[in-house]
Design a binder for this molecule. Structure first.
Ligand code: ZN
Length: 256
């Protein structure tokens, strides 16, 4: 087996591993996004809860204030009934009117506050609904991620073992080149030689489409580790004696 063929095995297994973990990555990204949205809605929920609590406390304060005024007014009415003279009576009446105005003012504020409370309660309910909805999505995303992980677990372990064995079989220096390319270019680390016209000796790199020289093709055919001079990927061919073949395998294909 040529070095290129050995590297190709690692490359193909790596592609399968990427494909599998890619599906898990997708589920993980989705879950992370849902968790972020859940934190956002939780934050809004807490804020709305605080606002509502504050408004209700303000309302309770106003109620106490109005109650105080009412008590004082009741007392004044008793005093008015027991007034000894007109002067005393009108003094009580003036105070009563002042208190009445103050109480009206408080009640007006209470009404305004009630409106605010109702609006806040509506907003709070909407947030609670959104929160419940998000919780369902998060649970589903968690389950989905877990099921994908368990789905691929065995196959992934198998492929990783296979990759390790294939990597061990390949020469270390060649493997280093492949690993570097995989890290940089992923699935474009290796590319197939595309045949454009065999009789006219026209081939191109399957990754960058750059034309390849006959020397490059001959080097691949000779089993040497060969890289595209343009994109640096490792080139391979399905049939390794590609350069020596004078006639195409299938009629017509060479003239494409
Ligand atoms: Zn290339």
């Amino acid at each position: 087996m040529t070095v290129t063929a050995q590297l190709r095995k690692v490359f193909e297994t790596d592609k399968l591993i990427r494909g599998l973990t890619g599906r898990l990555d997708g589920a993980e990204r989705f879950l992370a996004e849902q968790l972020k949205q859940q934190r956002d809605v939780d934050g809004k929920h807490t804020a709305a809860q605080t606002t509502l609590r504050q408004l209700k406390a303000q309302h309770a304060n106003l109620e106490a204030e109005a109650g105080g005024h009412q008590q004082r007014m009741d007392k004044l009415r008793e005093q008015m009934n027991a007034a000894k003279n007109n002067k005393e009576y009108s003094a009580f009446l003036t105070e009563l009117n002042t208190l009445k105005t103050a109480k009206d003012e408080v009640e007006k504020k209470q009404l305004e506050l009630m409106e605010q409370i109702e609006k806040s309660e509506e907003a709070f309910k909407a947030i609670e609904a959104a929160r419940a909805e998000r919780a369902v999505i998060v649970e589903k995303a968690k389950a989905d991620r877990a099921s994908r992980e368990s789905e691929i677990k065995d196959r992934l372990a198998e492929l990783k073992t296979q990759r390790a064995e294939q990597a061990k079989a390949a020469p270390a220096d060649a493997l280093k080149i492949l690993e570097d390319l995989l890290a940089k270019r992923g699935e474009d680390a290796m590319a197939k030689v595309e045949e454009i016209n065999r009789r006219a000796h026209e081939w191109s790199c399957g990754a960058c489409m750059m034309a390849l020289t006959v020397q490059t093709i001959n080097a691949i055919a000779a089993g040497r580790l060969t890289r595209c001079s343009n994109c640096q990927c490792i080139l391979y061919s399905e049939d390794e004696d590609i350069a020596s073949k004078k006639t195409p395998k299938k009629a017509g294909k060479a003239d494409l």
